[in-house]
Design a protein around this ligand. Sequence first.
Ligand code: AMP
Ligand code: ZN
Length: 116
Amino acid sequence: MSRENCLFCKIAAGEIASAKVYEDAVCVAFDDVSPQAPTHILIVPREHFDSLDKARENHKETLGHLLLIAGKIARDKGFAENGYRTVINTNGDGGQTVFHLHVHLLGGRPFIFPPG
Ligand code: AMP
Ligand code: ZN
């Protein structure tokens, strides 16, 4: 997936509409269009890289930031204490469909493990 045709690059740039819940210099978070839980938010770095498989040393701070923001959003939304699920799907077997790395933040119901 090239940056030019990337859905999440366009959402991060505001070129495609989304229901944003958080943004800063590094990332944007918005509601998933097909929610799998009462709260289902995607946290997306502004910098494009395809997947965790493509992440390298220079992405270390960004990856850490995405997880810290997931925790912050969960606290701000009020479901941190009950618990929540964070997911990064990677490549085909991982179920990745949009090739711009993103963290799913799911909350508001219990989750089983392992996921399907
Ligand atoms: P993944 O399968 O991990 O690559 O996740 C991609 C996610 O993006 C799915 O949960 C989709 O429902 C979600 N999605 C696809 N298009 C949009 C969109 N335009 N706005 C918000 N979420 C989207
Ligand atoms: Zn992108």
